[in-house]
Each structure stands twice: as C-alpha cells, then as structure tokens.
Design a protein around this ligand. Structure first.
Ligand code: ADP
Ligand code: MG
Length: 268
C-alpha cells in the first residue's frame, strides 16, 4: 500500500483581489521505505504543502491520505523536522529529555522508551551529549537532536522542511549522509523538501520537481543511483549529473500554473 497520497492538492491564501494561490495542482505519492524529495523555487509553496500534509492546515482543494486514511488533523504516525532548529527544541530541556518528550503518554513501557531514546541518540552521533542543553550545541547538532527525536518516535513517515538550509556546507553534507544512514537503519519513509537541486537528487529515490507559483508538479524524476551514496563519487556519476541538469533546466525555465502553455497542456 502507498504510505502517503497527495491528490490534486490546492491552496489559496485569502480571498478576492488579495488572494494568493500558492498551490494549484499537486499530485504525487510516497511508497513505504522510499525517500521522496520535493524541489522547487523559493516561495512556490513547499511549506504550505508540508503543513497541509501534517494536518496543520486545511487546504482549499484536494486531499492527503496516510495509509489510505484521509488527513484532516495532525495524525499520530507523522513527525516533522523544520528548517529553524532554534524554534523546534525545548530550550529548558536537556537533549535526552527533548528526545524523550514526544514518547510520553502513548502507553509505552519505560524500558522501551529508554532504549529508543538511547538508540536514536547513538544513531545521530550524540552519545555523550544527553545532559547538554540545546543552547550549548551548534546548529548542526541541534538538528541532530531534532532528527533523534523523530527517530525515537518511529513515525510512519518523516517530513523534513528544508532542514539543513541554515547550516554551513560541511555540516550540511554530514547531515545529508546522516539522513541516508538512519533511513536504511530504521527503514524510514521520508519526504524531504528542499530548494537545493543537488541535495534533492543526492538523497532521493524519486524527485518531485515543482513549478513556480501557482504551483504544479512539473515532473517526477526516478533516481537510478546505487543506494550507497557518497558526497564525492555520487556527484561525479553521469546519472547524477544528468538528473541535476534536468531538474535545473525545469526549475530555471519554471513556468507557473497560470501560464497559457500549461493551461493548453492540461487541456490537451
Ligand atoms: P516555500 O516554502 O516554497 O518558500 P511557502 O509555502 O512558505 O513557500 O509560501 C508560498 C506562498 O504563499 C508565498 O507566496 C507566501 O508569501 C504565501 N504565504 C505563505 N503563508 C501565507 C499566509 N499565512 N498568508 C498569506 N500568504 C502566505
Ligand atoms: Mg518554506
């Protein structure tokens, strides 16, 4: 069964002459165990899309379903990692307590919670930092805490909204590789949103390429690269170069859903 299904999703902010149509027509799906990335220009509606998927906002059109159940409010089986690491952790809780927090009140035995928290802190390379507070950590390490928290929660799907846009290039590569490792180790299903084309191809099994606003899906690229990826050799692979070129051309020329050409294509 498909893990996540997005069908003809549309969202317009406001009404009348001031209305802004962020999303016009978004359809795609994510299969279990897949990492699907979504790439599109700034302001095209990526965060709007994730908010609709997380049940944080009701879209003005279309549907989102998790394992076939339509999402109307924040569902249980979903975790999110945001771009702004400063706002996503509780500053007054230690690293360990931040990771533990979402596991409370679900009837899990204490042993199970303890082992999940310990496991996920090891998986993200934060063993030894259990008693630190977020403010004592770098931005990259704070994102590791956010990832550990999501891992410990064992979501059906993890949504990531430009999670590495605010860290330096070196840290970003390390965090990208961390995502690939934990995806394999925990058999995760991940939807990864980014405006960075290289990142979208490097991480993904499939890449959903968006248009400019009003936004529709231009194409979905299948990434036929080996599962084992490497920041240097993967990026030299002719298939990687071909895919990033294709995505870049689509985004540069990015038509928007209001262009006549697109209306014609939809009508044809
Ligand atoms: P992205 O994440 O791709 O940068 P967003 O989803 O944040 O894009 O925003 C898409 C468009 O919708 C932008 O033009 C933005 O200004 C507009 N927008 C976002 N949130 C609101 C809001 N609450 N009210 C009105 N317009 C909004
Ligand atoms: Mg955004």
């Amino acid at each position: 069964m498909t893990m996540l299904t997005v069908e003809q999703l549309a969202h317009t902010y406001g009404t009348g002459p001031k209305a802004v149509t962020a999303l016009k027509d978004i359809t795609f799906s994510v299969n279990p165990g897949e990492l699907v990335s979504i790439v599109g220009p700034s302001g095209c509606g990526k965060t709007t899309l994730l908010r609709a998927m997380a049940g944080l906002m009701e879209p003005t059109g279309g549907t989102v379903a998790l394992e076939g159940d339509r999402i109307t409010e924040a569902p249980e089986g979903l975790a999110m990692v945001f771009q702004d690491y400063r706002g996503s952790l509780f500053p007054w809780l230690t690293v360990e307590k931040n990771v533990r927090f979402p596991l409370k009140g679900h009837g899990l035995p204490k042993d199970e919670i303890d082992s999940r928290v310990a496991d996920s802190l090891v998986a993200v390379g934060l063993k030894g930092f259990e008693e630190s507070f977020p403010s004592q950590l770098s931005g990259g390490m704070q994102q590791r805490v956010a990832i550990a928290r999501a891992l410990a929660y064992r979501p059906k799907i993890l949504l990531m909204d430009e999670p590495f846009a605010s860290v330096d290039a070196q840290t970003r590569e390390e965090l990208e590789d961390l995502v690939l490792v934990v995806k394999q180790r925990f058999d995760m299903t991940i939807l990864f949103v980014t405006h960075d084309i290289d990142e979208s191809v490097y991480l993904a099994d499939r890449v959903v390429v968006l248009s400019k606003r009003p936004t529709f899906v231009q194409t979905v690229l299948e990434v036929h690269l080996p599962a084992e990826r490497d920041q240097i050799t993967t990026k030299e692979d002719p298939e990687f170069i071909r895919l990033r070129g294709e995505a870049a051309r689509l985004i540069r020329s990015a038509p928007s859903g209001s262009d006549a050409a697109i209306t014609d294509r939809h009508a044809a």
